[in-house]
Design a protein around this ligand. Structure first.
Ligand code: S3P
Length: 435
């Protein structure tokens, strides 16, 4: 079993880049595969989650040439996918399996989608149920609530769907299904989730429009869309998050992360950290492939507790594990509510972060949909042995906590970091080692 040992002490100093955005990479691969001709996807995320989506598309007959810094995807048009001869393994990726379920529901072939132990525990009904309303034929364990999912491609019809959850995975799954459906598909969510799918639709020239709070798409477009010369993927804000918090906590730190995606539907952590007193500057704002990006400079600062409610959850959803670390070290109490979705991520992140941070001396009370954290006001955590629970963001968050502990900490079962940020340990070491 792999583990990571973090030795506290050194300030984080220097400049770095982070991997390409995981959410955007999944979508870039899928939309390039459906385009007519070649697309070059650069600075993509090489985490296992995205590589699994790439392999899935290759198994469906899409040629993809893989290089460390670029993918050449030879799209075969909207109806160009073919039946894979084996079940598709989505690994640990909720985005991969849910987006592929939507993509495959309207094909004229059969597919089985599965994944690792965590994926086979996570709720699939949130996509299976609305896809069935569109005419999809999907079977799975517990009536389709759990993977493996068996998708028998069917003739779909568009629908107007009011999603009960603010979920980009649900929205994107239905938009992909909507492309293959007869008539119009419209989707409304209770709060706006990340909008990478909508942005990439526009980047490829696929018509999609907003009507009030609904997203509307006409299915089976008469003309396809060509591949794109270059699709540079923005740096992943969710990967940058670990350094934003780490450099905020360790005295003397000064780190610049260049080319990070700052899409407003993703940067809740930035706003919350600034409200907590963090010193973060957003520099050189620019746009690439329809996404806003910038360089982020972060310097150490004393943080104070904060109250976070339902309205701030979607744009912060993946950053709660590392936000818990910031809150546990800050001065005063942090209250998080309306975040029940955290319980159905790669792990139950309310339970896993509470249990792991308690091992390091933090005072945390779980609630059904959040937690109350009594900050240590800068008193070092206790160096400890922690577990990732197979969750990449828990693993990296506990490594950040280890930076401000009174002794080295060991995080066990860190192979999961490969799903999103294979170079995390090296990048962290580079920042903490004086040149
Ligand atoms: C993602 C959406 C989010 C996020 C996940 C990636 C995506 O989930 O937690 O890590 O790429 O669509 P939901 O919006 O479905 O909650």
């Amino acid at each position: 079993m792999t583990s990571l040992t973090v030795t506290p002490g050194g300030a984080l100093r220097g400049t770095l880049t982070v991997p390409g955005d995981k959410s955007i990479t999944h979508r870039a691969l899928i939309l390039s595969a459906l385009a007519e001709g070649d697309s070059l996807v650069t600075r993509y995320c090489r985490g296992e989650d995205c590589l699994n989506t790439m392999r899935a598309l290759q198994a469906m007959g899409i040629p993809i040439q893989e290089q460390p810094d670029r993918l050449l995807v030879s799209g075969k048009g909207l109806w160009g996918l073919s039946e894979p001869s084996q079940p598709i393994d989505c690994g640990n990726s909720g985005t991969g399996i849910r987006l592929l379920a939507g993509l495959l529901a309207g094909q004229d072939f059969f597919t089985v989608l599965t994944g690792d132990e965590s994926i086979r525990r996570r709720p699939m009904g949130r996509v299976v149920k609305p896809l069935r309303v569109m005419g999809a034929t999907i079977a799975g364990r517990k009536g389709g609530e759990l993977a493996p999912l068996a998708v028998t491609g069917s003739r779909l019809t568009g629908m107007a769907y009011q999603s009960p959850v603010a979920s980009a995975q649900v929205k994107s799954s239905l938009l992909l299904a909507g492309l293959f459906a007869e008539g119009q598909t419209s989707i409304t969510e209770p709060r706006r989730s990340r909008d990478h799918t909508e942005r990439l639709f526009r980047f490829f020239g696929i018509p999609i429009r907003e009507q009030g709070r609904a997203l509307v798409l006409d299915g089976r477009p008469a003309t396809g869309w060509p591949g794109v010369n270059e699709l540079p993927v923005a740096g992943d804000f969710s990967a940058a998050a670990f350094f934003l918090v780490g450099a905020s906590l360790v005295p003397g730190s000064d780190v610049t992360i260049s080319g990070v995606g700052v899409n407003p539907t993703r940067i809740g952590l930035l706003t919350i950290l600034q409200e907590m007193g963090a010193d973060i500057q957003v520099l050189n704002p620019r746009e690439e492939a329809g996404e806003p990006i910038a360089d982020l400079r972060v310097r150490a600062a004393s943080l104070r507790g904060v109250t976070i409610g339902e309205a701030q959850i979607p744009q912060t959803i993946d950053e709660f594990p590392v936000l818990c670390v910031a809150a546990a070290y800050a001065k005063g109490r942090t209250v998080i509510s309306g975040a029940g979705e955290l319980r159905v991520k790669e792990s139950d992140r309310i339970a896993t972060m509470a249990s792991e941070l308690r091992k390091m001396g933090a005072t945390i009370t779980e609630t059904q949909d959040g937690m109350v954290i009594e900050g240590a006001a800068g008193r070092p955590f206790t160096g400890a042995s922690c577990r990732s629970h197979g969750d990449h963001r828990v693993a990296m968050s506990m490594a950040v906590a280890g930076l401000v502990a009174d002794a080295p900490s060991r995080i066990d079962d860190t192979v999961c970091i490969e799903t999103s940020f294979p170079e995390f340990e090296r990048k962290l070491l580079e920042l903490t080692t004086p040149l």
